[in-house]
Design a binder for this molecule. Structure first.
Ligand SMILES: O=P(O)(O)OC[C@@]1(O)O[C@H](CO)[C@@H](O)[C@@H]1O
Length: 338
């Protein structure tokens, strides 16, 4: 089973202001509200791919209630500790000419609730994957992820860590199965300005030397790289799309990668699929749907001049057949009612 941990989930309120003038009232042309927080995004995409996962974390107040209800409606299994006070944050994503984000701080987490969460995590065991991702509320210690990994260490759990700066570096000594920073995050860690996957490769080696088994570094429109645990380097371009909203694109990469490696697919194919999932979300309102992912997968293989591998081609065909059957059933039902 894949477990995702979101200690500081959010509702992502995406607004589309036509202008953004500081000190004035700006008006949005359209708005959307999505369940957010990195682990939740990962579980949402896994659910879209029919890969079972359980989203864990801490939620609070009316926003937390809404978040959990929406997850349930989508069929995303969850196991959240509820706080008695405060509310799950609402992160503002201003999707104007330049994307601007204002993320909330999140509620204060009392120690007894952390203990409750740690207790619930005892279900995670041998063969499971635990994804620790996103920022953590201020009231929790900086080394929270490595604390969790130490507590659960030695049980044969595969850890995935996608977190900023110190949180990530602290976790490396526990040899996570996968880390996925982006080029900006890596640049901040090592004090460099890097854009292209090839420029990032030496830093992937440093992160691997520091403890990570597999290192993916995403570089937005420039592509992405994987330095795998066998020392092989893989670089993949990005399919061309019209950017809609990049929120959750990195999380979608993690979900896409896990969806493939957990079924035994080779690392290069898993990276290509991961890249397509990230791009598909960047081309979508919210986390990508399967049909968009399949379109981007096909476009990416075409761009790379390669044939789509058998397992992935079969999935795409099965999804097409399922969508066609669902459309036919819906049409038949509509005809019957009229
Ligand atoms: O404030 P954090 O935890 O660093 O990031 C939270 C967040 O920006 O990341 C997700 C996208 O990756 C969004 O759904 C969410 O709002």
């Amino acid at each position: 089973m894949i477990y995702t941990m979101t200690l500081n989930p959010a509702l992502d309120y995406v607004m589309h202001p036509l202008t953004l003038d500081m000190g004035f009232t700006n008006r949005s042309s359209t708005e959307e509200l999505h369940c957010g927080g990195n682990g939740i995004n990962i579980s949402t995409l896994l659910n879209e791919l029919d890969v079972p996962s359980i989203a864990m974390g801490i939620a609070a107040g009316f926003t937390g209630d809404y978040l959990l209800r929406r997850l349930q409606e989508k069929g995303v299994a969850s196991n959240f500790v509820l706080l008695d006070r405060g509310y799950t944050r609402i992160n503002i994503k201003l999707n104007g000419i330049v994307m601007t984000m204002v993320n909330g701080m999140g509620p204060k987490i009392p120690e007894k609730k952390v203990d409750e969460l740690l207790g619930r995590m005892d279900v995670v065991g041998a063969g499971d994957t635990l994804v620790l991702t996103g920022s953590i509320p201020n009231s929790l210690p900086e080394d929270m992820y490595s604390q969790i990994m130490r507590r659960l260490g030695g049980r044969g759990i595969q850890f995935v860590v996608d977190a900023p700066g110190q949180l990530l570096m602290e976790a490396l000594e526990m040899h996570p199965f996968l880390i996925k920073p982006n080029n900006h995050e890596v640049g901040r860690i090592y004090g460099v300005d890097i854009e292209e996957p090839e420029e990032c490769m030496p830093y992937a080696h440093k992160l691997q030397e520091a403890g990570a088994r597999n290192v993916i570094i995403s570089c937005g429109g420039h592509g992405s790289l994987l330095l795998d645990e066998n020392g092989a380097e893989h670089v993949v371009p990005t399919a061309k799309i019209k950017l809609v909203n990049a929120t959750g694109a990195g999380d979608s990469m993690v979900a896409g990668f896990l969806s493939q490696v957990t079924r035994g697919v080779d690392y290069e194919t898993a990276l290509i699929f991961a890249s397509a999932c990230g791009t598909a979300t960047a081309a979508s309102k919210g986390i990508a749907k399967r049909a968009t992912i399949d379109r981007v997968v096909s476009a990416l293989y075409k761009k790379m001049g390669r044939a789509i591998p058998g397992t992935i081609a079969q999935d795409i065909q099965a999804n097409k057949d399922r969508a066609a059957a669902e459309a036919a059933a819906a049409e038949a039902e509509a005809t019957e009612k009229s």
